[in-house]
Design a protein. Structure first.
Length: 190
């Protein structure tokens, strides 16, 4: 019994330490953890799989100037408001070096059908990625939806935003425009 108890403590300690290490990686100013994932909408986005190092960092040719990676759940009402705003932003600045990735974290079959329907109806032209088993969500330490990571061209996390409420916490559009090297212009979130 004592051996079981001690080994359980070791396993739990290692799991906790790995979670702390992941959380330490995904902080403002830190390097974003690498990933590659399949897309729900390859026809609309033009890609079946997305590799982070092909978008930002030393291997990217050319690197995107700004990469927005947002994690969402289909039942999240703020997410359903944020994603159309990001689509408008993407359409406006994709030729200036902006890329948007939406990472869906649903796993139940009935929710996956709703996700696919939502993606088609909304007409997202940026990749919507499948994180059905939650590996990327855990790797980035995401516990709330939506959570957005704003990455620069080197893959460094410039900002992390949790939640979406344009009245209380406006999107940092001026910062994104500065990172893209474009003149500031207001954008409607609604």
């Amino acid at each position: 019994m004592r051996i079981f108890y001690e080994s359980s403590i070791v396993v739990l300690s290692l799991a906790l330490m790995s979670q702390i290490a992941v959380a330490e990686q995904t902080h403002k100013g830190g390097q974003a953890p690498f990933f590659f994932m399949g897309s729900y909408n390859p026809e609309a986005s033009g890609t079946k799989r997305v590799f982070l190092d092909r978008l930002v960092g030393e291997k990217a040719k050319p690197a995107k100037k700004v990469l927005l990676v947002t994690f969402f759940d289909i039942d999240c009402k703020p997410c359903r408001k944020e994603l159309p705003f990001l689509q408008k932003l993407y359409e406006r600045y994709k030729d200036k070096g902006l890329m948007v990735l939406a990472v869906n974290c649903d796993y139940l079959p009935e929710k996956l059908a709703a996700v696919e329907k939502f993606i088609i109806e909304a007409g997202f032209s940026f990749p919507v990625l499948k994180d059905r088993f939650g590996a990327l969500r855990r790797r980035y330490g995401v516990t709330n939806f939506p959570t957005m990571f704003i990455l620069d061209s080197r893959g460094v996390i410039a900002d992390i935003r949790i939640g979406y409420n344009e009245d209380k916490m406006p999107f940092p559009l001026a910062d994104v425009q500065r990172m893209l090297g474009v003149a500031p212009k207001p954008a409607k979130a609604k």
